[in-house]
Design a protein. Structure first.
Length: 624
């Protein structure tokens, strides 16, 4: 796990960018504190920051050159089957290191871009062919590792973070057409970016760059395998899932540095720990608990798993003041506006875990692949109508007038019932966008000063088929939208800010492809979400983990905004004079939103306020 940056100048003027390769590399030093290096030749520059995980010797430093000197690579990520590839496709090839980087480079030298299909892991890489004077930039199948790209007539630049592109000296102009997307979703969906001229390379893609120009290619695309729905009985599928997950976990235990696992007390992380403990004695496990919010504290469930498998378990018990105290540090780590507030506990968990290990296994991806979120249950209730769902829809006028907020269990229930009744009657495609959104599009666009945000509606930029007859269609859409735009971005940003590598066995290619060949009924029914995961590992986990609701964790944003952070909001980031002078947002709409947040019925106004102050902090730091 590292950080990469680089560029290709098409003309002499473009060299002004790549002359700053050192600055671009240093800007992401937190991603790789163990080493740095740059390669510069003619119109190409490559930079690398190293977090040493596999073969920690200096011989495995990057940029790395092939034995004949023709190819040069910078690589961020891990190739978990590198030893098998060396024994197989590279049989007889003498290598200088024990690193996965050299295997990747040797495989590219032998197969070119066809080698990407052979790689099992997660990666972002750039490989320069000095003979052809051609640069290839690639991103892994599911987008675990990021690649930001800037292009103009003079050059094309890339980097693991937007920070590296800014260090190259690119123009800093906000793309206002994407701002409604941010306020709808709480993040900017890929391939879009907050800055004009910048985009994110999509998962499963690579760029081929030369003096002749840039071409984009697809080497992988996840698809539903409906033809496989009948390939396994339910019992056979459970056995197959256990086999594939154990292999995915085993591969992710490869490391030459201390390794552990996050253990939240939920099913996914508990499965990972149970399987990892078969291969790793006294596995180190880490949980985060909340001293003053016992309803959200799941550490007792994590401790049951830790006790069952004899792990070296550490619990970090935090107060809400501990979370609040990290906000400035976390804001400074954000590349572009990103308003998923769970990044705060994620940052602190990574920060504290890094004091013990360099690599942590995580349950990320389990919910998107196997249908673990409440919205999937809601979608199933719409597509499989029941009397209860009909009653909830019929009482829509009541839910509309009742107080709604996340601030208490009762008002949160009213909020959820109102959302279901509001969305359930929409056509399937439109319904998906509402499940995925925090705000309806009209409300998001209403935040802005007139004429500032003309752009294509979010739903028209994506063309996934949602018929309402197969929940797998929704899961596939979420893999391409929510997972890659929100969940993986959050974990990458917060872990790499703390120089911690996070590995996700549920996102192993063999697991994901198997899952998208299973019928909906194996994943969710009227009784269980994530059904096959829960049933497959029932014998491995404590009984107490079952038959309890998925709790999640909501930050006390409303309390913070009404108390500790009110002056930051009212006198600084959303001060009326500043908003009017800035000219992006409708000052009257913002004033009304602040008033609503302080009322007896705030609904979700504080969520929108959070998205606003995250943007304002970013704007002041990077644009103003």
């Amino acid at each position: 796990m590292c950080g990469i940056a680089g560029g290709f100048a098409f003309r002499e003027e473009g060299k002004r960018y790549i002359d700053r390769i050192e600055e671009a590399s240093c800007s992401i030093g937190h991603r790789g504190p163990d080493g740095q290096g740059v390669f510069r030749e003619d119109s190409v520059a490559l930079g690398h920051r190293r977090l040493s995980i596999i073969d920690t010797s200096a011989a495995a430093n990057q940029p790395m050159h092939s034995a004949n000197g023709r190819f040069c690579i910078v690589f961020n990520g891990e190739i978990f089957n590198f030893r098998e590839l060396h024994k197989g496709l590279l049989a007889g090839r003498q290598l200088r290191t024990l690193s996965d980087t050299e295997v990747f480079l040797a495989l590219f030298e032998k197969m070119g871009t066809d080698c990407f299909a052979e790689l099992r892991g997660f990666f972002a890489a750039a490989i320069y062919d000095r003979e052809k004077k051609e640069l290839v930039v690639v991103r892994d199948r599911f987008g675990k590792k990021p690649v930001h790209v800037f292009a103009d007539d003079d050059a094309i630049l890339f980097g693991s973070e937007l920070k590296s592109l800014l260090a190259f000296g690119i123009p800093r102009e906000v793309d206002k057409t994407v701002l409604p997307y941010y306020f709808q979703l709480n993040y900017i969906p890929q391939p879009f970016s907050i800055l004009k001229g910048v985009r994110k390379l999509l998962p499963g893609k690579f760029l081929r760059i030369s003096a002749a120009g840039v071409s984009e290619h697809t080497y992988y695309e996840l698809a539903l395998r409906k033809e496989a729905y009948g390939a396994f009985t339910y019992d056979q599928a459970k056995t197959e899932l256990v086999t594939r997950m154990e292999e995915a976990v085993r591969l992710r235990l490869i490391a030459d540095v201390p390794l552990g696992a996050f253990l939240s007390g939920g099913i996914d992380s508990s499965v990972i720990v149970a399987l990892a403990s078969r291969h790793e004695q006294q596995l180190k496990t880490f949980s985060i608990g909340f001293k003053d919010q016992p309803f959200f504290d799941e550490t007792r469930y994590a401790e049951l798993v830790a006790k069952k498998y004899g792990t070296q378990h550490t619990v970090f018990r935090l107060t809400t003041d501990d979370l609040l105290s990290q906000i400035d540090t976390i804001f400074a780590s954000i590349d572009e506006p990103f308003a998923d507030s769970s990044l705060i506990p994620t940052y602190i968990l990574c920060q504290l875990t890094r004091k013990h290990v360099t690599v942590a296994l995580s349950g990320d991806g389990g919910d998107e692949v196997f249908a673990g979120y409440n919205k999937y249950e809601a979608e199933r209730n719409v597509s499989h109508p029941s009397r209860t769902a009909g009653i909830v829809k019929g009482l829509a006028p009541l839910w509309k007038i009742l107080p709604k907020s996340r601030n208490s269990k009762l008002t949160n229930t009213f909020r959820q019932l109102h959302r279901f009744a509001e969305v359930a009657g929409l056509p399937p495609q439109e319904r998906y966008w509402r499940w995925a959104s925090m705000l309806p599009e009209a409300e998001a666009r209403g935040l802005f000063a007139g004429g500032a945000t003309a752009g294509i509606p979010l739903s028209q930029n994506y063309h996934w088929t949602i018929t309402g007859t197969d929940l797998n269609e929704v899961l596939l859409a979420d893999m391409n939208l929510v997972l890659v735009g929100d969940m993986l971005v959050k974990v990458d940003m917060m872990s790499m800010a703390n120089s911690l590598e996070v590995r996700s066995p549920f996102l192993d290619q063999e697991v994901v492809e198997f899952a998208f060949g299973l019928p909906e009924a194996y994943k969710i029914d009227k009784r269980l979400k994530k059904k096959i995961v829960q049933d497959s590992f029932r014998d491995l986990l404590p009984a107490e983990l079952y038959n309890r609701p998925k709790q999640g964790f909501d930050l006390p944003l409303l309390d913070w905004f009404r108390k500790e952070l009110w002056s930051l909001i009212d006198e600084d980031l959303l001060a009326d004079a500043f908003v009017r002078e800035q000219g992006i947002f409708n000052a009257d709409t913002i004033a009304a939103l602040k008033k609503k947040m302080m009322s007896a019925n705030p609904e979700d106004s504080h969520e929108t306020i959070w998205a606003l102050i995250v943007f304002q902090y970013w704007w002041k730091k990077n644009i103003a």
